[in-house]
Design a protein around this ligand. Sequence first.
Ligand code: ZN
Length: 143
Amino acid sequence: MLVNSIEKGIVIDHITAGLGAKILEYLDIDLANNTVAFIMNASSKKHGKKDIVKIQNVIDVNLDVLGLIEPNATVNIIENGQIIKKIELQVPERVTNVIKCKNPRCVTSVEINAPHIFHLIDAENREYRCEYCDEIVCMKGDY
Ligand SMILES: [Zn+2]
């Protein structure tokens, strides 16, 4: 499948094959009103297979989400058909309203307006702890 380069927007490259759909889901891109190219299982010299996500006319994406799910991805900002900026991702120290706590007794499960705040406890395994109830989630697995 060939997808033309975009004039303006964002290209998320070197996504581990299979994680592209998860990234789109977590980024919560409005698919009805944005042009999104999602390439699955592209061949990659480095990793064998990779996913690529291109979003036209969107420059601002939640980098915390990308760092959580795929810190090894590369993010290119495109303007006038050229890469004007490459963003290096980091595993975020603290995320708000990205992960939801699964503990049914947690205040965030009970109070609709309570923010979901998680703190990084293990960068290698991308483990996060809920600020309220200490429930731990691992973003490296199938969360
Ligand atoms: Zn909790």
